[in-house]
Design a protein around this ligand. Sequence first.
Ligand SMILES: Nc1ncnc2c1ncn2[C@@H]1O[C@H](COP(=O)(O)OP(=O)(O)OP(=O)(O)O)[C@@H](O)[C@H]1O
Ligand SMILES: [Mg+2]
Length: 192
Amino acid sequence: MIRLVITGNPGVGKHTCAKFVSEKLGRAKIIDINSIVLNNKEAVLSRNALNGIEINVKKTHKLLLEELKKAKDVVIVGHLAPYVLGPTGIDLVAVLRRSPYQLGKIFLQRKYTPVKIRENIASEILGITLYDSLETFGRERVVEFDVTEKTSKEIADDVISKLHKKSKKQIGSIDWLSLVYEKGDAQRFLEY
Ligand SMILES: Nc1ncnc2c1ncn2[C@@H]1O[C@H](COP(=O)(O)OP(=O)(O)OP(=O)(O)O)[C@@H](O)[C@H]1O
Ligand SMILES: [Mg+2]
């Protein structure tokens, strides 16, 4: 039985990676947290145009547990993972990290508003999903991967190799804050 979580900021490439990982694991079931929320009215507390969707954390957690019961090997995907899952039974939490410069391009392609772009880039620079994942799942389960110059296939191979290795997990090696300071972009990205 495999229970793998793929999380990270919007736009880092979670869903693309999950498809490759699932195939390599022999068609493990992909559980997409966003789809679960969007397909269940009870999982949504409110919607507004500005901030998007506010979710019912308890209900979403329950729905995910039901989905998990139904499948043997699963890849659970979504940026909300640290808020709607618990550590029990989870083998590995892969936090994908992408350079803020590449993320910016992806957000422009997605036609995000300037405010949404800034918020999401700041969140990646500060590593919010990583820290929230550590809090929820514990240090022994969490690994971060710099996916910036990698193909989806390479990323999938890296994730699977960590899944099979019981060695110490790696975090703390990715430092976008220093990168944007060096390039003189910290003020622009973090608005101080
Ligand atoms: N390894 C990669 N190299 C280059 N571009 C990639 C890679 N993986 C994904 N992309 C591209 O980056 C964009 C975001 O990918 P994807 O939709 O998988 O991200 P996501 O993390 O699932 O985002 P969200 O959280 O918003 O669902 C897509 O345009 C995708 O084609
Ligand atoms: Mg996606």
